[in-house]
Design a protein around this ligand. Structure first.
Ligand SMILES: Nc1nc2c(ncn2[C@@H]2O[C@H](COP(=O)(O)OP(=O)(O)O)[C@@H](O)[C@H]2O)c(=O)[nH]1
Ligand SMILES: [Mg+2]
Length: 223
């Protein structure tokens, strides 16, 4: 495909992303772009985040995968308002306009957060943004420790890497040191937090990171 094709798409996406940003700013809502391959734990992280925040911040989700029904069910089951960015089994990159339309179906109370569950960016030939304040990449231990070297484009643009499923470290041959070294080569500024949605280890640090990012004071006890 000619570069003109992508240039037009990127420009139109950027325009839509800017509209999302203004729309959310007017409502004092913070948007997080949560990128990760299928099975990395995006839905689980959103569910556990809601649980551990204990109402301190109100969260909502936009499910960006082509078959979002199961994710929506799991999110809504714990009380997270969630809606799909695309209908049917449509593939391709998630567009800022699709996210914008989904955002309009959420309550978006002032001070709340929205997580985009975004499965499609690891191999992306272009950087699409959605008007987000923060880009977080979830990587799970079972996906191996070379991912930053294999998908440098995805890792280069993120603010935070959540290394999930650390309960599986003893069984996986995953070297945390190697992963972090690759990450540092690609993106020296990215922060990194390790956690397990299964055991809850590291969730307290992630919650504190979020509270700090949103300018909130921390919980009294820190877990
Ligand atoms: N062992 C383990 N499994 C996890 C963890 N987090 C998520 N899972 C499981 O991994 C699978 C994929 O998680 P899911 O949230 O659906 O991933 P998504 O496709 O990125 O949304 C599910 O079976 C989860 O229960 C974790 O920290 N440890
Ligand atoms: Mg999911």
């Amino acid at each position: 495909m000619g570069s003109g094709f992508w240039e037009k798409r990127i420009a139109s996406n950027r325009q839509q992303a800017m509209e999302n940003k203004l729309f959310l700013a007017s409502r004092k809502v913070t948007l997080f772009n949560l990128i990760g391959s299928c099975g990395a734990g995006k839905t689980e992280v959103i569910r556990r985040t809601h649980e551990i925040l204990q109402g301190r911040l109100f969260i909502q989700a936009v499910a960006g995968s082509a078959a979002a029904e199961l994710d929506l069910e799991r999110l809504r089951a714990v009380g997270i308002p969630a809606c799909a960015a695309r209908t049917g089994r449509k593939g391709g990159y998630l567009k800022a306009g699709e996210v914008g339309a989904a955002l309009r179906q959420l309550p978006l109370s002032p001070g709340s957060l929205v997580f985009i569950e975004n499965p499609g960016e690891l191999f992306s030939p272009v950087d699409f943004d959605y008007g987000e304040e923060c880009r977080v990449l979830i990587h799970s231990v079972s996906e191996g420790d070379e991912a930053p070297a294999k998908f440098p484009r995805a890792y280069a643009g993120v603010d935070l890497v959540l290394l999930n499923k650390i309960d599986l470290l003893p069984f996986s041959g995953f070297s945390h040191q190697r992963f972090t070294a690759y990450l540092r080569q690609i993106n020296p500024d990215a922060e990194e937090l390790a956690l397990s949605c299964r055991t809850g280890v590291g969730l307290g640090r992630w919650r504190d990171w979020l509270l700090r990012f949103c300018g909130e004071s921390l919980f009294e006890e820190s877990g």
